[in-house]
Design a protein around this ligand. Structure first.
Ligand SMILES: O=C(CO)[C@H](O)[C@H](O)COP(=O)(O)O
Length: 259
């Protein structure tokens, strides 16, 4: 595979599926990294006779499961899952996550909460920059820093689009104002872009606000505060849910973080 970021996603997804999936009911997250997890699941079903029933977190995940000929299930039939595998937009050191870049955060959080194990797969792209620490007369003290696409020390370091919040459409403005008053920052209604006029509509028929917070916060408190606002369906902060994350790197290794 030519593209190093896609390769990194694939490596992380394959390792997670190999290390955590045994026969049983599996939650399937959404996004571009999960595509590789489903690919690996299908391979293992074919080659090893693994028996899995897959519960999707979105329309996209359902399509992936069907396309790969895997058994499709739902939470009504299978409310307890062995493991859920999903991507993330950003993770801090404690595996507190921002999710919902693809707008599927509500079902994703439900699947994460129903699973014995919630496993995160993501890429970990290395880039280099030279922040100038001192621009004195004779010397410029530049240091070579590595920056990482999804594995951060603190949330908001890399992911600049804010925390996705799924809201009931009629309440979006009221929720927007309430967040600003109680927690500060600014929210934006996520728009569809060129393919449709108007806002993004989730698989549940709701809107998404992307809330740009400021600084490092007590994420558990923020998660609860957001969900207490009438009109909020769910938010994309996943606190204390993931125990293990796999970050594929462009050099062909996979960095693991566990809490
Ligand atoms: O939360 C999600 C969708 O709602 C995705 O898991 C998240 O956006 C990561 O996606 P990708 O694997 O494409 O980077």
């Amino acid at each position: 595979m030519e593209n190093p970021v896609e390769n990194a996603k694939r490596l992380a997804a394959f390792k997670a599926v190999d290390n955590h999936v045994v026969s049983g009911v599996i939650g399937i997250g959404s996004g571009s990294t999960v595509v590789y997890a489903v690919e690996r699941l299908a391979q293992r079903v074919k080659e090893e006779g693994l028996e899995v029933i897959c519960v999707p977190s979105s329309f996209q995940a359902k399509q992936l499961i069907i396309q790969h000929g895997l058994k499709l299930g739902d939470l009504e039939m299978h409310p307890e899952l062995k493991v859920t595998i999903d991507g993330a937009d950003e993770s801090d050191q404690q595996l507190t996550l921002i999710k919902g870049g693809g707008g599927c955060l509500t079902q994703e959080k439900i699947l994460a909460s129903c699973a014995e194990e919630f496993i995160v797969i993501a890429d970990y792209r290395q880039a280099f920059s030279f922040p100038l620490t001192n621009c004195g007369q004779s010397k410029i003290l530049g240091r070579l820093y590595k920056t990482y696409r999804k594995a951060s020390e603190n949330l908001g370091e890399q992911w600049s689009k804010g925390i996705p919040i799924e809201v009931i459409p009629s309440a979006y403005r009221a929720v927007y104002q309430r967040i600003e008053k109680t927690l500060g920052g600014k929210s934006e209604l996520r728009m569809s872009g060129s393919s449709k006029a108007g806002p993004v509509v989730t698989d549940n028929g709701n809107f998404i606000l992307d809330w740009n917070f400021q600084g490092v916060m007590n994420w558990k408190e923020v998660e609860v505060t957001l969900n207490m606002i009438p009109g909020v369906v769910e938010n994309g902060l996943f606190v204390g849910m993931a125990r293990k994350a796999y970050f594929g790197m462009s050099d062909g290794t996979v960095m693991e973080r566990a809490v």
